[in-house]
Write a protein that binds this ligand. Structure first.
Ligand SMILES: [Zn+2]
Length: 442
């Protein structure tokens, strides 16, 4: 469907969506991704379906890695399908989707990050070409459904959508269950380091047994077990069903980003890209919505990372713990973070023993109690920027030379850098710090 064939009502709704978003950005009221979409949907309740019609579309969902995988998939298909409509800022409900689609020509491909709870209805109403299912684990205990319920809703939606392919993390029993009735799943061995929400079998309620090692598979006595993998990760390589082995060289750090990259590449191939081209394009992405960027904070180079729930924290602690930089941990508990910070007790903060640690954010005292019981000496500093400064002052001498070397790509920052820290924050702690940081221009 070209823009000219859209009903008048829809064309008015598209114009209103764009106008409100432009006004909202101009007024400085945020990035304007939700306000315009809400106005558009009020004018035409079928706006999302109409804007989606005729587009090659991918939906990406799961508890962790959605924003990164969405970005990587949009980049991966660009050579084969052209520039995609995508909700790059993580507004992952229909108002954000409408805004993303309204900003691109009708018919352009679309790669949309989707909130777990919205996925079933969007699969039914938009008929995407492929759905990427990353993982399911506990998140925002006060707000979201229990993950087992989410898996069952996904399963019902996918089992009646024969035209939708799925790219599935076969190492997560809950998402494997969700895709077990899907038409043509591509099973990817993407790994699962957080298993605490996956030990109960979704098929029989028995106990899932995980084989030793990260990628050893899993099985239940009832017969439900890890499907035969079509795509495997081995060290730095991805191994395909036909035996081909390709090197995955990434600018993004961490095991979890390798998994996100391979999931994105597999989905890009379903959409028509080639494996080599998809992986090459993905390898050039070095930050996603600011995450993993190195930013200037109070004369210090801070590597900034976002973790929203225990599974995400575990992955990032794995990433930072071999290092020696001071670590700043920032915790808030606003609506966007989830009001209930009891999840702090599920995070293995013990791994920070021996490091210089500073706790900050509005819930720094809850964090301090958790760190105390984890045996991690630390300071608490109320202001996030002051916390970063305190951390690098404490670690001074051990990190200045390395910090300057790593900032060589950004000469204006390297000249002023006297130290380097890792900052891990939950959602609003991360965005608050980013709003006050100097971007390095990388
Ligand atoms: Zn079972």
């Amino acid at each position: 469907m070209s823009a000219g064939t859209l009903p008048v009502r829809t064309r008015v709704a598209v114009a209103a969506t764009r106008a409100v978003n432009a006004l909202s950005r101009h007024a400085g009221a945020g990035s304007g991704t939700v306000a315009g979409g809400n106005v558009g949907l009020a004018l035409d309740p079928l706006l999302l379906e109409r804007l989606a019609a005729g587009r090659p579309m991918a939906l990406v969902s799961g508890t962790n890695g959605k924003t990164t995988t969405t970005r990587l998939l949009a980049v991966a298909i660009e050579g084969a399908l052209g520039r995609a409509a995508t909700n790059a800022t993580g507004s992952n409900m229909p108002a954000g989707h409408v805004t993303a689609l309204a900003a691109t020509p009708q018919g352009a491909p679309a790669v949309l990050e989707v909130d777990e709870g919205y996925l079933p209805r969007l699969v039914a109403s938009l008929g995407p070409r492929v759905v990427v299912l990353l993982n399911l684990s506990r998140d925002q205990l006060d707000r979201t459904s229990e993950v087992r319920m989410v898996a069952n809703k996904w399963r019902r939606a996918l089992s009646v959508s024969p035209a939708t392919a799925t790219v599935v993390n076969a190492d997560d029993p809950l998402v494997a269950w969700a895709a077990s009735g899907a038409a043509s799943p591509v099973w990817v061995g993407a790994g699962l380091s957080w298993r605490e929400d996956a030990v109960g079998c979704p098929s029989c309620e028995g106990r899932i047994t995980f084989a030793a090692g990260e990628d050893g598979g899993w099985a239940c006595a009832c017969g439900f077990s890890r499907p035969r993998l079509g795509v495997r990760i081995e060290g730095d390589d991805v191994v395909l069903a036909d035996g081909r082995r390709l090197r995955v060289a990434l600018a993004l750090p961490g095991r979890f980003n390798r998994a996100n990259a391979v999931m994105a590449a597999a989905a890009a191939v379903v959409m028509g890209a080639g494996w080599e081209d998809a992986i090459r394009r993905i390898g050039e992405v070095d930050e996603v919505a600011g995450r993993f960027a190195v930013v200037g904070v109070a004369g210090c180079a801070a590597r900034v990372m976002l973790a929203k729930n225990p599974a995400g924290w575990r992955e990032l602690l794995d990433l930072v713990c071999p290092g020696e930089r001071p670590v700043v941990v920032g915790i808030n508990a606003r609506v966007a973070d989830g009001r209930d910070p009891s999840w702090l007790w599920d995070v293995p903060f013990e791994r920070l023993r021996g490091r210089t640690v500073v706790a900050t954010g509005e819930r720094r005292r809850d964090l301090a109690v958790r760190l105390h019981y984890a045996g991690v000496p630390h300071r608490t500093v109320r202001d996030e920027v002051a916390a970063v400064r305190a951390a690098w002052m404490a670690g001074r001498g051990t990190t200045a030379a390395g910090a300057r070397a790593r900032c060589a790509r950004s000469p204006h920052l390297a000249a002023s850098v006297e130290g380097e820290v890792d900052f891990i924050g939950n959602y609003t702690a991360f965005t608050d710090l980013m709003a006050r940081a100097t971007r390095t221009g990388t």
